[in-house]
Design a protein around this ligand. Sequence first.
Ligand code: NAD
Ligand code: LMR
Length: 341
Amino acid sequence: VRSVQSAIARSSGFVSRRSYSSESVPERKVAVLGAAGGIGQPLALLMKLNPLVSRLALYDIAGTPGVAADVSHINIRSEVSGYAGEEELAKALEGSDIVIIPAGVPRKPGMTRDDLFNINAGIVKSLCTAIAKYCPHALVNMISNPVNSTVPIAAEVFKKAGTYDEKRLFGVTTLDVVRAKTFYAGKANVNVSEVNVPVIGGHAGITILPLFSQATPKANLSDEYIKALTKRTQEGGTEVVEAKAGKGSATLSMAYAGAIFADACLKGLNGVPDVVECSYVQSNITELPFFASQVRLGKNGVEEVLGLGSLSDYEKENLESLKPELKSSIEKGIKFANQNG
Ligand code: NAD
Ligand code: LMR
């Protein structure tokens, strides 16, 4: 635990826990909605280990008192509280700087992420309605699938409530980046901890577009290898769903990815310069209103949506092919949010 904690501390720009002082580390409250779930529990653990968090609110429809009691015994800075049931949602959200949402059902083999829409769209809508009411200025990290639609749903809910700020809404696509880095390092035979690969587009099948032409450290991989790596990254979620054989989708790697992204948001809020992560955000770098790309994070959330850089012909083709699906997932989310009151 100490080495994980110090790794996070080091990557957060703080040398060790002993160096804390109330002047150097701002108070930050993070709420996790869906905190008793497969992602929620390990994410609660990782957020507890993050020295940038001072209060950790764990909310779910049930089961959170146990998770909170468990995590709260860890001898690290933040105070942990569990909240169960809708009547406790307001308390969980009040004062939050970041709200992470892994609430909702996961896939089983044979399902697409869009097959989760009917259940998860309603969950996300009601949680975002509460966010607009109780912590309208929080940064929202949306994990619940289908991310390509749940982010537009959240935007519409916030617009209706008059609280929408496009700089504060993020679809978490970090797991695609985590996978692209791991798979690339394996094929390129480079140190995985040094790898960087931007992943653009969205978070489902062909809408996930890793830009291996921009991967560093450089490696001269054949077109065939690049295609295989692209496909594996796009199908990474399905690979886990199939391996879990009916017991859900990625939870541990997702918790890791969610913790990395939330940590980047915290650093941005705290004024750490040059924090860049990929995320699915409101965007005008393509004709689509939401698009994942590299984003610079800062005190207000998104400081800058970075451009795509130069793409290979293969990536250009894939970019054009993903647009119709991503567009229709966005429209589906917007329609849902506006149809149902
Ligand atoms: P899970 O079923 O293990 O946990 C989901 C939790 O959400 C449960 O504890 C459940 O009680 C809770 N929940 C349901 N309705 C709720 C509500 N109204 N308010 C609060 N909590 C509620 O599922 P999981 O494996 O943790 O996955 C959660 C979601 O994350 C799924 O939609 C999954 O597809 C998605 N996911 C996204 C990514 C990504 O990269 N963005 C990766 C993995 C999973
Ligand atoms: C993932 O990429 O692992 C998640 O979106 C979960 C899924 O359904 O694949």
